[in-house]
Design a protein around this ligand. Structure first.
Ligand code: PLP
Length: 273
């Protein structure tokens, strides 16, 4: 298998990154996961915009987006996938920590392999840990994801596939790797970016294509919402059939099912040529 590193394709078995790279040692790096359909990346420009925003948020030099595009194209050509994912990683390198950031580490593009379309619905849990809506890393897609990994492990232990966080003021925020939407009185709502959630690309497209409203929502909205669904690059739109102990029979409900149809129909337009 081939990956992109140091400006060219390399064999995954012999590719090397520094053991001192801060992306590895302290999570000083950023990443993107990009869907690819028949060798074409989905919404790549949006992912690259977010990569640049995350780099700036960490104080890293802007990534070379031409290189990242070339890397994505080369990796997709070398690793044919009908439905797959690419992971782009860009790190702080191995200079002094907290320095003036003239330097950066490797730009890496890896194919995550062929993926199955996710089931139409899934179970989620809520976790007692909070997302900080005012932290230095809020809204950045950094490689400091260990808190998400701990929450996801708890979800898996409880037979769920995602864990949802509230923020420090008790408002619904997001999942470990997804954004969350609820249906109230037939209308779709999702927490605003000020809740501390990541500006998910699937979230943004869902808001655009369904007219979902961005609304501050208390965590306990999950106890009364008519429907709940998740959005992410890995899930597209996925209905929720259980939140903690609460069953949501019949998921996907009618509003979610319509959103899923709209998403499937429109998303072909966002494939890169
Ligand atoms: N929230 C978090 C914390 C994420 O890590 C992700 C994606 O990985 C999302 C939301 C969903 O974002 P996207 O739709 O861009 O995949």
């Amino acid at each position: 298998m081939k990956l992109w590193l140091d400006g060219g394709l390399q064999d995954i078995k012999s590719a090397r990154v520094s053991v001192f790279d801060h992306g590895l040692t302290v999570g000083d790096g950023i990443f993107e996961t990009v869907k690819a359909v028949d060798g074409r990346p989905f919404a790549l420009t949006r992912h690259l915009d977010r990569l640049t925003r995350s780099a700036r948020g960490l104080g890293l030099p802007d990534p070379d987006l031409d290189e990242v595009r070339r890397g994505c194209a080369a990796v997709l050509e070398a690793n044919p996938m009908s439905l797959g994912r690419l992971r782009i990683t860009y790190t702080g390198g191995h200079g002094p920590l907290g320095s003036d950031r003239g330097e950066h580490g490797p730009t890496l593009v890896v194919a995550l392999g062929e993926t199955q379309r996710r089931p139409d619905s899934t179970a989620v849990i809520t976790v007692p840990w909070t997302r900080n809506e005012r932290g230095a890393l809020t809204g950045l897609k950094t490689t400091s994801y260990a808190e998400n990994v701990v929450a996801l492990a708890r979800a898996h232990q409880q037979g769920a596939s995602e864990a949802l966080f509230a923020n420090t003021v008790g408002q619904l925020c997001e999942g470990t790797g997804s954004n969350v939407f609820v249906v109230l009185d037939g209308e779709i709502h999702t927490p605003p970016l000020a809740s501390g959630c990541l500006a998910g690309i699937t979230r943004a497209l869902t808001v655009e294509w369904t007219g979902a409203k961005e609304t501050d929502l208390p965590l306990d909205v999950l106890e009364r919402a008519e429907e709940v669904f998740l959005t992410s690059t890995l899930r597209d739109i996925q209905a929720v059939h259980r939140v903690d102990e609460r069953e949501l029979p019949g998921a996907p409900g009618p509003v979610t099912a319509k959103a899923m149809r709209v998403f499937d129909e429109r998303s072909g337009d966002d494939l890169d040529p």
